[in-house]
Design a protein around this ligand. Structure first.
Ligand code: MGD
Ligand code: MGD
Ligand code: SF4
Ligand code: MO
Length: 849
């Protein structure tokens, strides 16, 4: 067996070096050359006992490369890595919080088991310490028993922030070998699945985009929080500076429901009525077409070269003559069509889209729905349509509603109309994967009869994703709790949680508090999360500064990149890498599955095998091995391989974009839809037309068209829209136990001991509420309380409470302080297409307490 050995046992490695990172950082220090080494050398000169190790910030999905400074075994500073293309030596305000996570006094110190069988918010779990062997044996025995009883489907893995091959990347094989459809249920449907599904439905890529911000001249931003969240946040702030200082300056129009920092910094801030972005995007498209501003080299043109897009009037699609093959040369020629029909190039369905939807979607029509003046919509459309390159971007603002996928499709259609998809410069495209080396063994060779043909294969996932109930959703984590409670499709027996806490972050998480009472819970968080309070076994993970871990980039500039975490210090408590927990449990499962994991052995072994892929593909920074990867912290290789230029697609051949791609190649690699083109009439949605008609009331024969679908607002008749946006200090649900994070959470309205509800002064006065008053927010799900602050920049009908606070566990500073948790008043209703929970769609009542 081809296992790579470090030649020295882990324990001994740590013992001889003092920190797990010393050998690699020692290589770094003192080398002349790039800024990284200079920084290291300077620190070294100042403090001889200071070590600098490479790592990846874990506070958000941006995955910035960081330099972690450790002096005499204590981590005391974190800086952006100058050699990392996302960080470029910079950090957002959350970068340095790593020290607080590492030294959080409320961290779990080792594995534990529960002694109080009763579970609830106010039940003390009665945890008692156990050894790792005991913890792993308890879990493995349970899983072996389940398997012996033919019920292995009742075990589920849940995960949120996964990083790559050493954690979330292990789930598929684990589930296949053990025999469960529930390995693993990810949090995508509680995150930002709407924008991904909109792209899948139109250009065939189920993914976020990569963007060439540095070269774009116009951004039309629909509800992406560019200067507070989105991703990669730190890099976006750098790009904002670049875009705003280059010539010509990139003009930015932002559309939001509140005065965010992004809105404040944009050239034009458009306040939109919540959940109506789709209508605005359709009207922008209408203007682009009627005024002849579309990109003819991507979309095509009318056969007679005139513009027949006239409000209210249908157009014709061109009827193409049959291609003719020359019998002698075999050459195929295509004659031009007759008449005035539209000849599409890289799009599909424009005539149907115009005739059945777009021809009446005027700015005046959209004004009624969006409350954005028609004159503003027209001005935006003209600017966007006449500036090249231009991009329309979006994230959770328009998509966290019941009509989110249709809204996202209308927004993304604007990118097709102005030719920004795969544009040579200033456009958007999709992230390339990393050429990792393979694992030494193949899971297929270790499957027993149960794994291959067991009855577990007849069961759907507990969240019912990819079943008749949610046929287009890849994950439906928010449904798993409620489904278990109902026993539909069955009851879970055991669940293992990794970097996710749906008992707190899911919409209407109160249901999960009931649901998880009779499930055997394994929690792997280093911190005392809400899930941990329900856990039967605590298996605490190392924090990110204590562990080896690689992480391929989220969509960024398109070319492949992967960074590496190198432990800065020896684990300070009796914790374990999550990947090693999976492997150790795997080793204890009876039959060939155990053999498979004995071969895999440990996480470090996986990383060394993955890094073998760099030998044939050295990175631009010279990284070609595990050692050089650990030294530099990142492997990457430019350029991006494809682009569109003047009507044709080209592929990189090692020297230039010299290979013209065939339509089949474009379909396989770039526009992965049924038609191989950008679809205004979506084949993906048409394949689910009956489902869409049933769930959304859209007639089946129209289901594929990009169109306006009114939202369904939850909340039970309140008069105020309720949104819970991310702030720069907000690390998903993970930064609630950091006191100074709370204090500077809302720099504009202030903050000190709490997070405030932001409301327009008129909204307050109309209810007898003064600035600073304690208020109650009520929906048909629940009530929560908060202190409010007046914020005259917001819409009068929209109130704003950043998520993250209102914990009932998670440590001494997180627990039990106002405000209440925004999720508690949020109904569990989702977009039927993407499955994304409609977090921003609720309507609530507000009153003084
Ligand atoms: N600082 C920070 N950055 C992060 C994260 C973090 O925790 N902290 N988390 C990362 C994660 S997991 C994600 S999913 C992304 C999310 O990134 P974004 O989607 O960019 O962030 P959000 O704050 O969820 O929402 C964006 C904006 O939508 C607005 N909005 C609400 N309703 C509507 C509407 O109907 N129309 C429009 N046009 N706007 C509306 C909100 O006011 C908010 O300003 O951020 C990532 N980046
Ligand atoms: N009301 C409302 N709810 C929301 C949102 C909103 O805007 N409003 N936003 C949604 C979005 S975009 C997202 S992405 C989700 C995120 O929601 P979740 O998927 O629940 O993820 P987090 O809350 O970030 O973190 C989950 C857990 O990870 C644990 N953890 C921290 N560090 C580590 C570690 O090193 N190892 C391990 N094993 N565990 C660790 C923490 O203790 C925490 O319990 O929340 C969603 N929920
Ligand atoms: S953007 Fe900030 S929080 Fe996110 S990874 Fe980068 S430094 Fe960390
Ligand atoms: Mo998210």
């Amino acid at each position: 067996m081809d296992k790579i050995n470090t030649g020295i046992s882990r324990r001994r490695f740590l013992a001889t070096t003092g920190t797990g990172a010393l050998t690699v950082s020692a290589v770094t220090v003192g080398l002349p050359g790039t800024g990284v080494e200079n920084t290291a050398a300077q620190a070294q000169a100042a403090m001889p006992n200071t070590k600098i190790t490479k790592n990846i910030c874990a506070q958000c999905p941006a995955r910035c490369g960081i330099d972690v400074y450790t002096t005499d075994g204590r981590v005391h500073a974190i800086y952006g890595d100058t050699g990392n293309p996302i960080a470029n030596g910079k950090g957002c305000p959350k970068m340095h919080l790593g020290t607080y996570f590492l030294y959080d006094p409320d961290r779990f110190k080792g594995p534990m088991k529960r002694t109080n069988p009763k579970k609830g918010r106010n039940e003390d779990p009665g945890f008692v310490p156990i050894s790792w062997d005991e913890a792993l044996d308890i879990v493995a025995n349970r899983l072996n028993d389940l398997r012996d009883r033919g019920e292995s489907h009742r075990f589920a893995h849940f995960y949120g922030r996964g990083w790559g091959p050493t954690d979330a990347g292990l789930y598929g094989d684990w589930g296949k070998l053990y025999g469960t459809p529930n390995s693993a249920i990810g949090h995508a449907s509680m995150c930002a699945e709407g924008s991904k599904r909109a792209k899948q439905a139109t250009d065939g890529n189920n993914s976020y985009n990569s963007y060439d911000y540095a070269n774009t001249n116009y951004i039309l931003n629909f509800g992406a929080s560019f200067l507070e969240a989105f991703r990669p946040y730190n890099y976006l702030m750098q790009m904002w500076g670049k875009m705003r200082s280059k010539s010509p300056q990139t003009r930015i129009t932002s559309i939001d429901v509140r005065m965010s920092p992004t809105m404040a910094a944009s050239d034009r801030a458009v306040y939109i009525k919540p959940a109506t972005d789709g209508a605005m995007a359709l009207a922008v498209a209408h203007v682009i077409l009627t005024e002849g501003l579309w990109d003819r080299e991507f979309v095509g043109d009318f056969a007679d070269g005139r513009n027949h897009f006239v409000t209210g009037q249908p157009i014709e699609a061109a009827v193409m003559p049959e291609p003719v093959t020359d019998p002698e040369t075999g050459e195929v020629t295509q004659a031009a069509p007759e008449g005035s029909g539209f000849v599409e190039l890289w799009t599909h369905g424009i005539a149907r889209w115009w005739n059945e939807e777009l021809k009446d979607r005027t700015p005046e029509w959209a004004e009624e729905i969006t409350e954005v003046p028609a004159s503003t919509i027209r001005a935006v459309a003209r600017e966007f349509g006449t500036t090249r390159p231009a991009m329309a971007i979006m994230e959770r603002g328009p998509t966290s509603h019941t009509n989110g996928t249709y809204a996202g499709m209308a927004i993304h259609a604007l990118n097709a109309l102005v030719g920004s998809l795969y544009a040579e410069k200033g456009g958007m495209f999709y992230q390339m994967g990393v050429p990792y080396g393979g694992l030494p063994v193949n899971a297929d060779d270790y499957m027993d009869d149960w794994a291959k043909n067991g009855a577990w294969k007849d069961y759907p996932r507990i969240d019912k994703a990819r079943t008749e109930e949610w046929p287009m959703a890849s994950h439906m984590m928010q449904e798993a709790g409620p489904n278990h409670l109902k026993g539909d499709p069955y009851k879970m027996d055991t669940a293992m949680f990794y970097y996710t806490n749906p008992i707190w972050t899911a919409p209407n998480p109160q249901v999960w508090e009931e649901a998880l009472k009779d499930v055997f819970i394994i929690e792997t968080s280093p911190f005392p999360s809400e899930t941990a309070m329900y856990a039967d076994i605590i298996m605490p993970e190392h924090t990110y500064l204590e562990r080896w871990q690689d992480s391929p980039t989220y969509p960024f500039e398109g070319w492949p990149m992967t960074a590496l975490r190198v432990p800065a210090v020896e684990p300070i408590y009796d914790t374990k890498h999550f990947g090693d927990m999976l492997i150790e449990i795997g080793k204890r499962i009876n039959g060939p599955m155990g053999d498979y994991y004995r071969e895999i052995d440990n996480v470090e072994n996986i990383l060394r095998h993955r890094a073998k892929g760099f030998e044939a593909n050295p990175g631009d920074n010279g990284v070609n091995s595990f050692e050089s990867w650990a030294e530099k912290g990142v492997w990457y290789k430019k350029p991006y391989h494809w682009h569109h230029r003047r009507g044709k697609f080209y592929e990189w051949d090692g020297e230039g974009y010299n290979v013209e791609m065939t339509p089949e190649d474009v379909k396989a690699k770039l526009l992965k839809t049924p038609s191989g083109k950008f679809e205004f009439a979506s084949g993906f949605l048409e394949a689910h037309a009956d489902y869409i008609e049933r769930e959304m009331g859209v007639p089946a024969d129209r289901a594929g068209l990009i169109q306006w679908v009114p939202p369904v607002h939850t909340g039970g008749g309140g008069d105020l829209y309720f949104v819970s946006p991310k702030t720069p200090m907000h690390a998903e649900g993970r930064s609630g136990n950091i006191p100074h994070g709370i204090a500077i959470h809302q720099p504009i309205v202030g903050g000190k001991n709490t997070v405030y509800l932001e409301i327009h002064p008129d909204t307050g006065r109309a209810r007898g509420i003064r600035d600073g008053d304690r208020v109650r927010i009520t929906s048909d799900v629940a009530s929560i309380e908060a202190y409010c602050r007046f914020m005259p920049g917001h819409r009068r009908d929209t109130i704003v409470l950043p998520m993250e606070h209102g914990h009932w566990a998670h440590g001494r500073w997180a627990r039990g302080r106002l405000p209440g948790h925004s999720g508690d008043v949020t109904a569990n209703v989702s977009d039927p297409i993407s499955g994304l929970a409609s977090y921003y769609t609720g309507k609530v009542k507000l009153e003084r307490v």
